[in-house]
Design a binder for this molecule. Structure first.
Ligand code: GUN
Ligand code: FE
Length: 423
């Protein structure tokens, strides 16, 4: 195996809408030059001569897009989860990120992160690095070698940050421009993304500089928005001119369909309308929002309003790198929100969470997250035999169970990104 054209044979499941899945038992998923030619019950003659990978009895589902996580924070995930955002940044995230000034440390820490991401269910990711350009390029080099498709951001911070994790406005803008020039065309699968950490860390003049760099290099943007109530109060003080937190980015032209805003837990009507009208993506990070006690984002409302949305693990605000766990958490959080906060917003179903993890986040990358003809062929072959039961289950029931029980006996047997073998 395997050239970029091949056939996967097995039990195939993918979302055709947020509320519907297509399931084919003993079906054939055809990949031509890295792109899906569709799913067939009987293999058409035209594809009979292609190499075939027999995954009979295993599940074949689209790859997952993790549209928000912090690579340097992988080193301390699962530690210090009993704080709220600002204290957690000061006591855990910032001190860890300062270590990435040391390339030897970055080599070790990013080596572990990249190996684990490669083995995970994630096929595409949108990643924060740190403000250090050499370590960020090292991360990009390592990710490129995995075959995953990623966006990676050199982080910008010129205020309200510790001395060893702060640049001046001039240094930050200059370093970002040089880094964008060096990396924008360097890789096949790895791209730079402009990354103002969040408004409290980025002065208005630097925000304007970053908007100009983004324009010049035609780059996407990622940041954080309305995650925590103290953070929102702080932004109101820092940007008294803004009509809402999202406006503190939108004012500089930083919202749009190539922008991801992580969290959006406490966004009000005006902010949601800004997100919707601009096509900005929300990265819904249910585990992080629970562990940092930020709250429960109104994911159902975003779906109903037509706000673009995908899922994020937000390592290390979230502890788990698993997109299956992320889907399960999205469902659980929405049920608590419905029961305890707002019964006008129905909980998410497992099918909706599956759609968010595949098509919802995948669409940030283009035609990604489905097996419909024309989509990039990102696929996971899942072995669910170890999640034992005496029952004969339907294909969707097996996928649903895998979402909740992946860590208890599930195994990712193969992984493909744009038709390329990753594992
Ligand atoms: N807001 C600004 N920086 C961060 C971060 O590293 N993690 C989370 N969860 N929120 C942030
Ligand atoms: Fe984050």
């Amino acid at each position: 195996m395997v050239a970029n054209s091949f056939v996967l044979a097995g039990d195939i499941c993918y979302s055709t809408s947020p509320t519907q899945v297509s399931c084919t038992r003993d079906g054939y998923l055809v990949c031509i030059d890295g792109v899906s030619a569709g799913v067939f019950e009987t293999l058409p003659d035209a594809y009979a001569s292609l190499p075939r990978l027999d995954c009979t009895g295993q599940l074949i589902v689209p790859g997952m897009s993790d549209i928000h996580l912090h690579a340097p924070q992988y080193a301390f995930r699962g530690i210090g989860m009993d704080l709220e955002l600002i204290d957690w940044l000061d006591s855990h995230a910032f001190p860890e990120e300062a270590h990435y000034a040391d390339l030897a440390y970055a080599e070790r820490a990013y080596g572990i992160f990249v190996e684990d991401l490669k083995r995970s269910a994630t096929t595409r990711a949108v990643v924060f690095a740190t403000l250090h350009v050499p370590a960020t390029e090292l991360l990009m080099d390592k990710l490129e070698q995995t075959g995953l498709i990623t966006y990676v951001g050199k982080v910008n911070m010129d205020r309200n940050s510790p001395d060893d994790l702060r640049e001046t406005r001039e240094e930050s803008a200059r370093a970002t421009r040089v880094w964008a020039e060096r990396t924008a065309g360097r890789y096949a699968r790895t791209r730079p993304i402009i990354t103002p950490r969040f408004t409290p860390s980025v002065s208005d003049p630097l925000m304007a500089d970053l908007a100009a760099i983004r324009e010049e290099f035609d780059l996407p943007v990622q940041s954080h928005l309305s995650e925590n109530l103290s953070e929102i109060d702080w932004v109101r003080e820092l940007c008294p001119w803004s009509s809402c937190y999202a406006d503190a980015y939108g004012h500089f032209g930083l919202l749009g369909p190539q922008t991801i805003m992580a969290h959006c837990v406490h966004s009000g009507d005006e902010e949601i309308e800004l997100l919707r009208a601009s096509g900005t993506y929300v990265a819904h990070c249910p585990q992080s929002n629970a562990y940092l006690a930020s709250g429960i984002a109104p994911a159902r409302r975003y779906l109903e309003c037509g706000v673009n949305m995908g899922l994020g693990t937000d390592i290390a605000g979230g502890a788990s790198l698993s997109m299956f766990r992320c889907m399960a958490d999205a469902v659980a959080a929405s049920k608590l929100r419905w029961r305890l906060v707002d019964q006008s917003l129905a909980p998410l179903t497992a099918q909706e969470a599956f759609w968010l993890a595949t098509v919802g986040g995948g669409s940030f990358f283009g035609q990604v997250g489905s097996f419909a003809p024309g989509y990039d062929l990102d696929a996971l072959v899942l072995d669910d035999a170890g999640i034992r039961t005496p029952h004969e289950l339907g294909i969707w029931e097996r996928v649903e169970r895998y979402i909740y029980l992946a860590e208890e006996g599930g195994a990712i047997a193969r992984k493909f990104v744009a038709g390329r073998v990753v594992i």
